[in-house]
Design a protein around this ligand. Structure first.
Ligand SMILES: Nc1ncnc2c1ncn2[C@@H]1O[C@H](COP(=O)(O)OP(=O)(O)OP(=O)(O)O)[C@@H](O)[C@H]1O
Ligand SMILES: [Mg+2]
Length: 346
């Protein structure tokens, strides 16, 4: 918005007219009149800029529109100088601060993620070789102590070293997965065998916690297209989370079907519309606090003592690479349902 030396509004661009809800009669009025009474601070900013001849920037306030709604804005006022340096008027620019802040947050988040990804990948890469060395040397030692009087306790210690090295290597693999671009290879896959295999991998924990398993598979569900290993990883992560949420026992249910939810029933791809399939992993465990729901897919968010917080971040990344998405419904104290949507095979 441009004001003249008498603080009268000379012009306002479209965005300013919309933001400030200026009517056509506003042109020619003074700042105070044009803004109505609610924006005395802004009117003062304009007059101060005019009298001092110096710019004022970064003034944050709430712009009160004629309909009494308030919009957080960042205002800057600059003097408009004539050929001899005299102040002829003031240019006032308003920026919607709420939109700005949202954008800033989004950019910061994606930059942070990209940075974390590259950082994690290089650290993971550097650590793999020495870990391999530690494991190799431990295995050699295990052979060397064969027949020694202390063999039993020594091999137990070495077993601990090897097991922990394997654990670290597993963590590094997940980190690398997070920064790996694209999918390695895709094939036609049967959802039910994928789910059953993931279940088998979790069998020891399921048995220990005496969990009840429900399989609600829809036999008519068609195959999907994807990378077997990474999808297996997704279901394993979801099932492991479900199992970890039911330390006091409960029911783990796996289901497949055509989504009833209209929003998720098809997606548009370059090959036309594709029908989506839904896989649900439900538990009757501790549930997720409403406040935490927005964070659970962030890398390194974990509420568990020994958790790394990478399971869901990896799962979401993989499913999105497959053209799908993940939805979560949870009630604290009752349980959680994760729904994975994946497009059908061709
Ligand atoms: N089924 C569930 N029930 C309750 N909380 C869950 C469930 N699944 C995920 N969460 C919450 O989301 C968080 C993030 O899960 P995620 O799998 O990403 O990390 P994690 O399980 O803590 O660690 P890890 O990297 O070993 O998987 C968990 O710490 C937990 O708070
Ligand atoms: Mg997990």
């Amino acid at each position: 918005m441009v004001f003249d030396g008498g603080l009268r509004l000379v012009s306002a661009n479209r965005a300013a007219q919309e933001l400030a809800m200026l009517s056509s009669e506003a042109i020619g009025r003074t700042a105070l009149e044009a803004f109505d009474r609610g924006n005395r601070g802004l009117a003062e900013l304009v007059s101060r800029t005019l009298s001092s001849g110096r710019p004022h920037t970064g003034f944050t306030t709430e712009f009160i529109r004629p309909d009494a709604t308030g919009i957080p804005v960042e205002a800057s006022a600059s003097p408009i100088e004539g050929p001899d340096g005299q102040t002829l008027g003031v240019a006032l620019s308003l920026r919607e601060a709420s939109r700005l802040r949202e954008l800033e947050e989004a950019i910061k988040k994606s930059e942070r993620l990209a940075y974390l990804g590259t950082m994690a990948a290089s650290v993971a890469h550097e650590l793999r070789n020495p870990l391999g060395g530690i494991k190799g040397a431990s295995q050699l030692l295990l052979e060397e102590i064969h027949g020694l009087p202390m063999e039993e306790s020594l091999s137990e210690y070495l077993g601990v070293i090897i097991k922990q090295v394997d654990r670290l290597t597993g963590i590094l693999e997940s980190l690398r997965g997070l920064s790996r671009p694209g999918l390695p290879k895709t094939a036609k896959l049967n959802l039910h065998s994928l789910l059953d295999e993931s279940l088998t991998l979790m069998a020891p924990d399921i048995k220990r916690l005496k969990l009840k398993i429900k399989r609600e598979y829809d036999p008519s569900v068609p195959d999907i297209e994807g990378d077997e290993n990474s999808l297996q990883g997704v279901f394993l992560n979801l099932i492991r989370n479900a199992v970890e949420a039911m330390s006091q026992g409960g029911v783990l249910a796996l289901g497949t079907g055509i989504p009833s939810d209209f929003l998720y029933s098809t997606i548009k791809t370059e090959k036309g519309r594709k029908t989506m399939l839904a896989v649900t992993v439900s538990d009757t465990g501790c549930g997720i606090e409403p406040d935490a729901l927005k964070d659970i897919f962030n890398p390194f968010y974990s509420s568990k003592g020994g958790g790394l917080g990478l399971g869901l971040a990896l799962a979401l990344k993989t499913i999105e690479e497959h053209g799908g998405t993940i939805k979560v419904d949870s009630e604290t104290g009752k349980g959680t349902v994760f729904t994975v949507y994946l497009p059908v095979y061709r």
